[in-house]
Write a protein that binds this ligand. Structure first.
Ligand SMILES: Nc1ncnc2c1ncn2[C@@H]1O[C@H](COP(=O)(O)OP(=O)(O)O)[C@@H](O)[C@H]1O
Ligand SMILES: [Mg+2]
Length: 322
């Protein structure tokens, strides 16, 4: 598998394949077909389970992380995935993208099983993972499908930078921009592929609260302009309620049973057109339900008295995001 140039500054120990999926539509290791514009696909999870071999033990002691995940995500749906740290959210996204394989069951995109890194998906992560020596425009261009003609590519990049409000910064380098702008660039790069399925793994988790709210609005605009099926992992209940058509809560059915994997404990259909009123009583009730599902009971003051964003993020502030 080809690796990115050594000069890349890695902010974490993410596997190289992930970075290629985020950053390069033209990597020879990724099966690429020119992306079909504006295709939106359903995603089906059929009895998906995943176990990892416990370190230092025999494979027979495999530790289950996910089990029995069954779900139909409809084309164009925004599905938020909530769950405590380590419950398998990222693993589920990685299986969807073909970056990892299910131990049992399968994921189908538009009826076709995912097998190997899937060019129909694009990934964006908590860290923007931009190439520091390249301009923002060149970073976005890395997401274009292989074989995109030069002029068409330039036009597409300009269009995407405009969509994320960065046209004036096209020639800037990542070090010259803020964290929010870097994350917008990362989103534009993921969209450059015209993905049928957009996988977002806590994409706004590292941003300050205000920037995060702006990014949530931006994601809604982007989704309205270029509909795609979105799987969004977040640890922020309010973010889930603001952005998603449905929210699933992953967790073990019996919290004390560490030998069983996490499954879908709760599915919440979020009412109302987006953008939603963050302070609505209806959302406050759902917020309480989801927080309770995460093992956090609201204290004293009722949730409906709070300003939405604060309760969700504040209440979860002590939860590690990854
Ligand atoms: N490649 C791997 N090998 C072994 N264990 C892993 C691997 N990837 C993830 N895990 C374990 O699986 C569990 C779920 O991880 P992850 O999907 O990253 O959780 P989340 O994203 O919900 O925080 C964690 O306990 C993690 O340590
Ligand atoms: Mg994770």
């Amino acid at each position: 598998m080809p690796t990115l140039p050594d000069t890349e500054l890695r902010t974490d120990a993410a596997p190289a394949a992930e970075e290629q999926m985020a950053a390069s539509g033209s990597s020879p290791s990724i099966h690429t077909s020119p992306a079909r514009p504006n295709t939106v696909h359903p995603v089906s999870f059929v009895s998906v389970g995943k176990s990892f071999a416990s370190r230092g033990k025999k494979a027979t002691n495999a530790r289950p992380v996910l089990r029995d995940i069954n779900l139909e995500v409809v084309p164009g749906e925004v599905l938020a995935i909530l769950g405590t740290s380590g419950c398998g959210k990222s693993t589920l996204l990685r299986i969807t993208a073909g970056l990892d394989t299910a131990s049992v069951g399968e994921v189908l995109i538009d009826g076709t099983p995912v097998s190997g890194i899937d060019a129909r998906c694009a990934f964006a992560f908590q860290e923007p993972r931009l190439l520091p020596w390249r301009s923002l425009a060149d970073n976005v261009a890395l997401g274009l499908p292989a074989g995109t003609p030069k002029q068409a590519g330039r036009e597409r990049v300009a269009e995407l930078l405009e969509l994320v409000g960065l046209s004036e910064f096209a020639g800037h380098r990542p070090r010259e921009i803020s964290g929010g702008m870097a994350q917008r660039t990362s989103l534009a790069r993921a969209l450059a592929r015209n993905p049928a399925v957009l996988l977002l793994d806590e994409p706004f988790g590292a941003l300050d609260a205000l920037t995060r709210l702006k990014m949530q609005d931006l994601l809604l605009e982007v989704h309205a302009a270029a509909p795609t099926t979105v799987l969004l992992v977040t640890h922020d209940v309010d973010e889930a309620l603001q952005l998603a058509d449905r929210v699933i809560l992953l967790g073990r059915e019996d919290d004390s049973d560490s030998d069983s994997g996490a499954t879908i404990k709760q599915i919440v259909t979020v009412p109302g057109e987006r953008p939603r009123n963050r302070a609505s009583a209806e959302l406050a009730t759902l917020r309480d339900e989801l927080l309770a599902g995460l093992g956090i009971e609201p204290h004293g003051a009722s949730a409906s008295n709070s300003t939405g964003a604060d309760l969700g993020s504040g209440a979860l502030a002590s939860m590690p995001s990854r």
